[in-house]
Design a protein around this ligand. Structure first.
Ligand SMILES: O=C(O)CCC(=O)C(=O)O
Ligand SMILES: [Fe+2]
Length: 388
């Protein structure tokens, strides 16, 4: 992907002909059955050359760590690398309709976004190697970002077709976000934005600017950090990417942002055909029936209302509270089950030995018994010798 990379990007036709991972409908698969499925090994092989960041990333990248467990790679991808990653995303999102509804519109219309979540290799055969290279570069600079050392398995792609809306505060701890501390690997293309982080709702914020080609990884002690995307900046999409989207996506070809986020969720392998992956893009039977009868907007509204009602009912039943609904809800109904914070990584301080007693006490301890002995001897002599 960089100037040092000799591999040429695959042509769309070659990639389309590449074997795709098998999909299994989610409906009838129990949790136990999923756990029993053969899981491909995702542990990295040290000898695996595809993980070499120097072959895939820009030689001009600069690593820094704004918080323990977070690594920012400025200029992770050069122009050629950015164009290649954008080409995969457009092919999967637009040509293969992963970002589109049945009616051809972007599938997260309220946010004016296209959204899809899929197995890494379903998006592109090189997507896994790019994630490995980003992880390796981050780990070389800051070891603790990747305590697990596993390759990511899934890729979420969010196409922000308008810059008005970012993404609210949340943690990546949902069912499809992975269960361990392998870093989330996040690559930005197109318009610049602010990426904000904080450990807890009342903790201080750290903000970095993400520009096209930058990557940010958060793993280990920061794996469940809260984050938000704001201030998407007009006029910052690089010219070398604009032509690629012109006429292919709704909206202004100069004003969009694309985020590619890799995650390690091997327990979800083989389930990629199911509803939970193509949120709004692969609707349930009820959704389809309602959409036929009343139209898409009504079907979405009803599906959302059903979801909220279920959430409220569960919150009342289990916690005796209403749910505040949304990323900002800090009631027990929304308390994440798998979240670990940086505090879990702080070693308990070793017990300090008690400070030595002050000097005058030491003197008293030493001299006291002698003085007492001498005094007692004098008294005894006085008594036995008749006070003479
Ligand atoms: O758009 C981004 O940079 C972040 C996306 C994100 O945090 C998410 O999808 O969970
Ligand atoms: Fe996130």
């Amino acid at each position: 992907m960089s100037s040092t990379n000799t591999a040429t990007p695959s042509s769309p036709s070659a990639v389309d002909a590449a074997p795709q991972p098998s999909s299994t409908p989610t409906g009838n698969i129990s949790r136990d059955a999923v756990d029993a499925m053969p899981q491909p090994s995702t542990q990295k092989d040290d000898a695996d050359e595809t993980c070499d960041p120097d072959a895939l990333l820009s030689p001009d990248r600069v690593a820094s760590s704004p918080l323990p467990g977070v690594v920012l790679l400025k200029n992770a991808l050069d122009e050629a690398g950015q164009r290649e990653a954008l080409a995969w995303a457009l092919r999967h999102g637009i040509d293969r309709k992963a970002w589109l509804d049945a009616d051809g519109a972007l599938n997260a219309p309220r946010q004016f976004r296209g959204r899809c979540y899929d197995a890494v290799e379903a998006v592109d055969p090189r997507a896994g190697a790019l994630s490995d290279a980003l992880q390796e570069a981050a780990r070389r600079a800051y070891k603790e970002v990747d305590p697990v050392g596993a390759s990511t398995t899934h890729l979420l792609m969010l196409f922000y077709a308008k810059l008005e809306r970012g993404l609210g505060w949340h943690r990546d701890n949902g069912r499809s976000d992975g269960r361990d501390l392998t870093p989330v690997v996040s690559l930005s293309l197109g318009a610049a934005c602010s990426f904000r982080m904080k450990h807890g709702p009342n903790d201080p914020e750290t903000t970095v600017v993400l520009e096209s080609g930058d990557a940010i990884l958060f793993g280990g002690p920061a794996r469940h950090i809260m984050h938000a995307v704001t201030d998407l900046q007009k006029g910052t999409c690089p010219a070398h990417l604009r032509d690629m989207v012109r006429g292919r996506v709704p909206g202004d070809p100069a004003e969009w942002r694309l985020n590619l986020t890799w995650r390690h969720a091997p327990e979800l392998r083989g389930l990629e055909g199911g509803d939970r992956f193509h949120i709004l893009g692969s609707p349930t039977a009820t959704f389809v029936a309602t959409a036929r009868e009343k139209g898409l907007a009504a079907a979405r509204a009803e599906a959302n209302a059903r979801k909220l009602a279920r959430k409220q009912k569960k919150a009342r039943r289990r916690f005796g509270t209403d749910c505040a609904l949304g990323a900002g809800c800090d009631r027990p109904c929304c308390a994440p089950r798998t979240t670990r914070t940086h505090l879990d990584f702080v070693k308990p301080a070793e017990e300090e030995p008690p400070p030595p007693p002050p000097a005058y006490l030491m003197v008293l301890y030493l001299v006291g018994p002698v003085a007492l002995g001498v005094g007692a001897a004098r008294v005894a002599r006085w008594v036995f010798e008749g006070g003479a």
